[in-house]
Design a protein around this ligand. Structure first.
Ligand code: SAM
Length: 233
């Protein structure tokens, strides 16, 4: 098993264990989680006279997809996740909708079967390990979008320098101390973040999006090390 495969297995095992109670816990880990998703939703396009075709990458328990279905009930939606138990929860949550397809796959390998009007993701792509793979996935997303289509990502990012990153970590820990003990935050949650997550600097994400071809690139929302950003093809 390669290092990458080992890391992905660890991530999958943690989400498998943690799918129970995920929706409550995520709000204790991610500051302003609901506000961040609301910002993500604020830029969703509405193509005139036809159904929106979209994919939610790393849909988890289906929080973003549920919001999408609320604002665009007739959307043609694909929910993709690599962890079976998370995808199962999304399936249950969205069972009333027959316009949703569920795909168990790793975004590294999945051939994005476009064209999509919207590729959306929340708190998933920071698991992509290398900068090279992040950029390759952005290219894949760009290729799968129809002209005028949007890619929108809500995710954890890095500051542009060590001192800014230190501020972000201090603020993030202060937020987690409200729900977890100092011991759990400092010795379990933060080390897990360093071990499993591979965030990149927001300025690099924006540059990569421009380099793969996105015309309009912007940051829609930001709170310290959490951001909603993306681009239009
Ligand atoms: C923190 S959860 C986010 C879930 C949901 N999008 C949300 O905002 O609450 C991250 C999800 O991304 C999935 N994930 C991580 N890496 C992935 C990959 N390479 N391909 C597909 N899914 C992935 C995990 O299985 C997990 O369900």
């Amino acid at each position: 098993m390669t290092d990458k495969e080992r890391k992905m297995e660890e991530i999958r095992a943690n989400f498998t264990q943690g799918s129970d109670g995920y929706d409550d816990r995520i709000r204790k880990i991610i500051p302003r989680y609901d506000e961040m998703l609301e910002a993500l939703m604020s830029c969703i396009p509405s193509p005139e006279g036809r159904r929106l075709r979209a994919i939610d990458i790393g849909c988890g328990t289906g929080a973003v997809s549920e919001l999408l279905l609320r604002s665009h009930p007739d959307i043609d939606l694909t929910c993709l996740d690599m962890t079976e138990s998370m995808l199962d929860r999304a399936r249950k949550r969205l069972k009333a909708h027959d316009n949703v397809r569920f795909v168990l796959a790793d975004i590294y390998d999945f051939e994005l079967d476009g064209p999509y009007d919207l590729v959306i993701s929340s708190l998933a792509l920071h698991h992509v390990i290398s900068d090279r793979d992040k950029k390759a996935i952005y290219r894949k997303i760009f290729d799968a979008l129809s002209p005028g289509g949007w890619f929108l990502n809500a995710d954890i990012v890095l500051g542009s320098s060590d001192d800014i990153q230190e501020v972000y970590m201090t603020k993030w820990k202060e937020f987690m101390y409200q729900s977890f003990t100092r011991d759990e935050t400092d010795h379990v949650r933060v080390p897990r973040y360093h071990r499993e997550d591979s965030p990149a600097r927001l300025v690099d994400h924006l540059r990569w999006l421009g380099e793969v071809g996105f015309g309009t690139v912007d940051v829609i929302w930001k709170y310290y090390n959490f951001a909603v950003y993306g681009g239009r093809k």
